[in-house]
Structures are given as C-alpha cells and as structure tokens.
Design a protein around this ligand. Structure first.
Ligand SMILES: O=C(CO)[C@H](O)[C@H](O)COP(=O)(O)O
Length: 228
C-alpha cells in the first residue's frame, strides 16, 4: 500500500464519525481532501443535513465542488466534529500542523470542536515533536525578521517560507507570512505552544497540544485508532 492509499483508507474510516445534522470542521491538506470528497458523496447519497465549516480557501473550494453546504464559524452555534490531517503526531497525540499554511483557522475551528479527529499515515508518528518537521509560525509580515531573530532564544532557527508558484514569500489566507522554525528539542509541547504565542507579531503557531481526541493512523495492516 502506498501513502496515498493509506490516506484514502483513513479518510474512508473517518466517514463513520459523521452523522446526520452535524456541523463538521473541514481541515486542509491532501488527506483531508480525500475526506471532503467522500463526505460530499455521503451527504448526497444519504441526503444528510450536514454543514461544513472550512478552515481554508482550499477546503472551502473543495467542499463547494463536492456538494457540501458550507457555513462560516460565526454562522454556526457549535462544531460537532472537526476532521484534519497533521504533519507529526507524538505518543501523547500532540501535533505539528501547518505545512499547508492554514494553521490559524485550523486551530480556531479544531479547538472548538466537540471531537477533533486527526487523519494520518503511519509515517507521521514521531517520538518527539519537531523530530522531522519544523514548526510553522504565522506572523505579521512586518515582524518576520524580528521574530526569526527572537526565536534564537528558544534555540530555534527559523526560515521565511517561500512560495512555489509565486515570487516571494507564502502569503497565508489571512494575509500573513509563515516562518518554519526548527527547534533543537521540544520537551513540553503545551508550554512551547503557549510561549511562542506570547511573542508580539506571532499570530499563531503550528503546535496543537492537548486538543486531538482521536487519531486514525493508516498502516499496511489497516487503520489503527489512537485515543487520549
Ligand atoms: O496542517 C495542515 C495544513 O495546514 C495539513 O493538515 C497537514 O500539513 C497535513 O497535510 P497532508 O494531509 O497533505 O499531509
């Protein structure tokens, strides 16, 4: 089974968490894209009353294409479940997210969800956060250099993220820049998440400590379920 097949398998399994009349937070990224397409099919075939609350332009466009009625956060009373991918998952189900630069809206929506369901393939499991991936940090554009320098205090080296199909830096859905910060060691993810957000000019960071409820892990032996 290749990685794409593992992503599809977890996306299929995630459908069983969605019931009629639910408001569903729609994450961003390739794994969640499989889920959104499948959810669109389920909504139409089973004539469900489900609303999706997108976390990005990507998930909004895909939800519309897939036939899922969408609403913004300020139009719904509550989010029953949010479904999203992740870049790393540690043994306590703390996450790094934000490779797709959608971390701020993702955290806003996933923090508020009754259940936050995470979809990954087994290659995303790590012993300690930061082992493979940098921590993305969304920053106010004018502050990027000052914040990159300040991150040295945390023993981190930060790079401004550049765009692939645009000249210059990545600009997020909120009009900000992304710094990718590599830390020597993240011993306490929750503490680091809070600390980073105290730096003036930081909008949000990609450590999601203590908020994932269930992680579905795609493996060649089948989908495994991890719970806190
Ligand atoms: O955090 C994210 C976007 O900001 C994604 O959920 C994360 O990068 C995982 O993406 P993929 O499923 O494509 O591996």
């Amino acid at each position: 089974m290749n990685v794409e097949e593992l992503k599809k398998a977890v996306a299929r399994e995630a459908l069983s968490f969605v019931e009629d009349d639910m408001v569903v937070g729609l994450g961003t990224g390739s794994t969640t894209s499989y889920f959104i397409r499948l959810l669109g099919k389920k909504v139409m075939e089973e004539e469900l009353e489900v609303y999706g609350v997108p976390t990005s332009h990507q998930s909004r466009i895909l939800a519309i294409e897939s036939g899922i009625p969408i609403a913004s956060l300020d139009e719904v009373d509550a989010i029953d479940i949010a479904v999203d991918g992740a870049d790393e998952v540690d043994p306590d189900l703390n996450l790094i997210k934000g490779r797709g630069a959608a971390l701020t809206m993702e955290k806003i929506i996933e923090y508020r969800a009754g259940t936050f369901l995470v979809l990954v393939d087994e290659g995303k499991l790590v012993e300690r956060l930061g082992q493979k991936m940098p921590v993305p940090i969304e920053v106010i554009p004018a502050a990027w250099r000052a914040i990159a320098e300040e991150l040295e205090v945390f023993n981190a080296t930060a790079e401004l993220r550049f765009a692939a199909k645009k000249d210059g830096p990545v600009v997020t859905d909120n009009g900000n820049f992304i710094l990718d910060a590599r830390f020597e060691r993240i011993d306490d993810p929750l503490d680091m998440e809070i600390e980073l957000n105290t730096i003036p000019g930081v909008v949000e960071n990609g450590i999601f400590a203590d908020i994932a409820d269930v992680v579905l892990v795609g493996t060649p032996e089948g989908v495994k379920r991890l719970e806190r």
